[in-house]
Design a protein around this ligand. Structure first.
Ligand code: FPP
Length: 240
């Protein structure tokens, strides 16, 4: 059966997702929270296919925040295990579907074996061009901004740059997202109207789509609904 949907226009070049609601999805089924995260990983695969079908070249997923380290140890371990499994299992898919992997965040905090696997996957997929998948891991936007400020201050102290050289472009080039386009569309699932320390600088002019659907239930139809919502927006970037 051909379940292709009409592709809305204009399309966002970059979609970012706050994948929320895994815990509630599991709880409503009397399951442990990690089962919700596992079902969330299946939704990730659906959305990768949806991006490829629509022709969206950038997708950023908030997979683990810097604050998520404070969750109970078993849940953190389950999430790290899931990430490791995802990388191990999906490398074939990333290659066959021409998807390039990137990661942003404080990757030094990841378990060593996962960090090595992550770097190998990033290197292996570096020549792929159909879709750029950015995983935000151990990511916090305030920490990212502070890190950029420290690097710029250091360069200024070393005489490599003058304060008058500090432009928006220079600042962007010190963020984890250097070289990536800003998200045009931010999707948050599970009905929460919050940004949760995600890409604070980069979403300045993003359109925001919040859906009540919990992330594990998020389908291609929901994704295309967000694209239709985006296509109907008038983006003015502060102009009239
Ligand atoms: C938020 O839901 C979700 C997370 C903290 C983890 C997101 C991870 C995945 C979707 C799966 C792994 C992804 C990859 C790329 C392998 P929550 O647990 O806060 O939900 P709740 O608000 O209902 O409790």
């Amino acid at each position: 059966m051909d379940n292709r949907l009409p592709i809305p226009s204009p399309l966002p070049r970059h979609v970012a997702c706050i994948m929320d609601g895994n815990g509630r999805w599991a709880k409503s089924r009397g399951m442990m929270r990690h089962k919700g995260h596992r079902a969330g990983a299946d939704a990730v695969n659906r959305i990768l296919d949806s991006c490829l079908e629509a022709g969206i070249p950038w997708l950023t997923l908030y997979a683990f925040s810097s604050e998520n380290w404070c969750r109970p140890r078993v849940e953190v371990e389950a999430l790290m295990h899931l990430l490791h499994e995802f990388l191990k299992k999906e490398i074939k898919t990333l290659m066959s579907k021409d998807i390039r992997l990137h990661a942003i965040g404080d990757l030094s905090r990841l378990p060593e074996k996962t960090s090595i696997l992550l770097q190998n996957t990033i290197d292996q997929t570096a020549g792929n061009t159909s879709l750029n998948l950015v995983l935000a891991l151990s990511y916090g936007s305030r920490a990212e901004i502070l890190r950029a400020v420290r690097k710029i201050a250091e360069e200024s102290r070393n005489g490599k740059l003058d304060p008058s050289d500090i432009t928006e472009e220079l600042f962007c080039s010190h963020l984890y997202t250097s070289g990536m386009p800003d998200p045009d569309l931010l999707i948050r699932t599970s009905g929460e109207n919050r940004i949760s320390n995600f890409l604070l600088w980069q979403i300045s002019y993003s359109e925001i789509h919040v859906t009540d659907t919990l992330w594990p239930d998020f389908t291609k139809e929901d994704f295309f609904e967000a694209l239709r919502d985006y296509a109907g927006r008038q983006r003015r970037f502060g102009g009239v």
